[in-house]
Design a protein around this ligand. Structure first.
Ligand code: F6P
Length: 351
């Protein structure tokens, strides 16, 4: 027992000695890095900004932040960020740097302007926090202008290859689940059929997990073909069972076109039931990040600086099976991330 404890202490000591050594003995020539958040915001982006800035300060990098994503980068809308500037933000949703979707950055001319801004400000590398659109842009500017770029995956949709979870996903799941629980109460009180639409333009991660967590009778995902006739049959089975209320979770990107369109297709067949549609929408994007998202964001923020310090470029940092993983940026958005089909089967068994 004693030996076990001693070994543990030695392990911890050697790990922190290694980390201190790593942080203090830097020979990397990088001095100034840029940071921005882009695309749809997600809870935990602030925690990631904080981790980047504080780790950068520990290794001696200066950080310049751009407001409003690529829009601000093109416009040169920037401010230096130091450790004290990121105090008291770990618990806040949204992003202190603001975000935007930027059409101009999709053009070579827009990226040329952005590259010029980086050069003028002496910025040698860029950390981008966002989702697939953000990474596509980052990959292009990196390639065209030979700029080191590291991506931190942050989107509630969880649809990036290279990380089991993206920042904001866990919080969004819990927000949607709480809403579904509330809807369940009123559905039950009125014996109603509810179609609840959750976000996920191209991916069903939120729908699948909130559907299971909320005990949905049916979950409709973009990853599996939705046949309206089968939906009707399944609902019939459930409704003509002993149950009087029922809840269907529909991913925004499901091929039925979402909950509203689906309700139009179902209404005639279920006239006996009162049907209601609830689209949860952007409520899922806001709110205080969960503990899990704050820890994930802190780990990935630190990893992004380490990646730059180690000379990585055009990569995304992620966590796979609880270990840090570095994936080429272009692999993260080109491929579709698989949902867990075991969970799909589980949902069918439990409905
Ligand atoms: O952040 C991703 C996402 O939430 C998608 O699921 C959704 O379709 C989209 O953003 C909507 O974003 P916006 O209204 O900001 O364009």
């Amino acid at each position: 027992m004693r030996i076990k404890k001693l070994r543990k202490v030695l392990r911890v000591l050697s790990l922190s000695a290694y980390q201190n050594f790593e942080l203090q003995n830097i020979t990397n020539p990088l001095k100034t890095i840029g940071i921005l958040t882009s695309g749809g915001d997600s809870p935990g982006m602030n925690a990631a900004i904080r981790a980047v800035v504080r780790t950068a300060s520990a290794v001696g990098f200066k950080v310049i932040a751009f407001r409003h994503g690529y829009k601000g980068l093109i416009a040169g809308d920037s401010t230096p960020l130091g450790s004290s500037d990121v105090s008291n933000i770990i618990q806040r949703g949204g992003t202190i740097l603001k975000s935007a979707r930027c059409e101009e950055f999709r053009t070579p001319e827009g990226r040329e302007k952005a590259a010029q801004v980086l050069e003028d400000k002496g910025i040698e590398a860029l950390i981008v926090i966002g989702g697939d659109g953000t990474f596509q842009g980052a990959s292009l500017i990196g390639k065209e202008h030979d700029i080191s770029v590291v991506g931190i995956p942050a989107t509630i949709d969880n649809d990036l290859v290279g990380s089991d979870e993206t920042i904001g996903y866990d919080t969004a799941l819990n927000t949607a689940m709480d809403a579904i629980d509330n809807i369940r109460d009123t559905a039950d009180a009125h014996d109603r059929l509810f179609l609840v639409e959750v976000m996920g333009r191209d991916a069903g991660f939120i729908a699948l997990e909130t559907g299971i967590a909320g005990g949905a009778e049916l979950i409709l995902l973009p990853e599996s073909l939705t046949n309206v006739k089968e939906v009707k049959n399944s609902l019939n089975d459930v409704l003509y069972d002993k149950r009087r209320s029922s809840l269907v979770v529909v991913a925004e990107g499901d091929e039925t076109g979402g909950a509203l369109k689906l309700s139009e297709k179902l209404r005639a067949d279920f006239s006996k039931y009162e049907m209601r549609v609830c689209i949860l929408g952007h409520v899922q994007r806001g709110g205080r990040p969960s503990a899990r998202d704050r820890v994930l964001a802190s780990r990935l923020g630190e990893a992004a600086i380490r990646a730059l310090k180690d000379g990585h470029s055009q990569v995304m940092v992620g966590i796979v099976n609880n270990s840090m993983k570095i994936t080429p940026l272009k692999m993260t958005f080109g491929k579709k991330k698989d949902i867990n089909f075991e969970l799909v089967e589980l949902a069918k068994t439990l409905r």
